[in-house]
Design a protein around this ligand. Sequence first.
Ligand code: 5AD
Ligand code: FES
Length: 346
Amino acid sequence: MRELIEQLASKRQLEKKDYIRLLEQLNEEDEQYLRELAKQKAIEYYGKDVYVRGLIEYTNFCKNDCYYCGIRKSNSNAMRYRLTKEEILACCKEGYELGFRTFVLQGGEDGFFTDDKIEDIIWAIKKEYSDCALTLSIGERSYEAYKRFYDAGADRYLLRHETADELHYEKLHPSNLSLRTRKECLYQLKEIGYQVGCGFMVGSPFQTIENLAKDLVFIKELSPHMVGIGPFISHKDTPFKDYENGLVSLTLNLIAIIRLMLPNILIPATTALGTLDKMGREKGILAGANVLMPNLSPVSVRKKYMLYDNKICTGDEAAQCRQCLNQRIERIGYHIVTERGDCKAL
Ligand code: 5AD
Ligand code: FES
């Protein structure tokens, strides 16, 4: 396995069959080696700097019905909310004071927020915080909408592909959603000029090792600026309530593999990782991740943005999380920096 890991590190890719071999046959020693190489690779590009993004979960209304997601349309137990433009700007203000220089607007696919409304919010944020990057994570929209948002000042776009296997995609989503459309959106976003992030859940129901290998092949092909992965965590009010959670160890191995494939990109140690393991985010950074995305949403709505059960930090103020993260990151010898945190050149 060592040779295969070294091959991955030097060639920055493997064939699909070799990803399968790697994922199937890693023993504990190989795992440590893989993660250590990935950690060194991240340090080569980013030192021990960790970038932070202030996540603003501005709406939990969603027209989609993804089987895994706690804010799916059919979940009548979800208490729905929307933040106003003023509330969103207040989150940015607090975030700016706490040292955030990237804001991520994330929400369900909510028809209330028309392209006009989103454009207006982007203008307002970028006018006030011109030294900050703005990331959108608001799902599938038209090419024209993506273009307008970009022209209004949005810099980055997160849209997880969820799985790069058509059949698996169909097992996770109702039939009105398709992998083809998802991929089209990602390529459009890239063409427009966004820094683009894709990603997937580790251990989602029906996922096979082959599916994961396909994810890796797709990621290399898309060559995004960011890749967000976290373990699947079941939500009690979804069709997947009885499925097992994803594995932290597999998530860490995949973070490491992705770091070796795309050494200069941005990889978050996700909240889902921190939810399944108290030290999950730290372990993520030590396996090659270099970004954290704490929540800036008002505490009053946090418990309502429950994509999965037991999500952490839903009772904490932004300032508390900021301080907590600082301590956690210092403890492993890394530092949170006050910067936009763009992707470094290869
Ligand atoms: N467990 C883990 N991650 C989830 N997401 C949605 N539901 C879950 C869940 N139950 C992830 C999806 C989505 C991102 C915003 O959150 O990958 O793209
Ligand atoms: Fe939120 Fe630790 S990061 S309380």
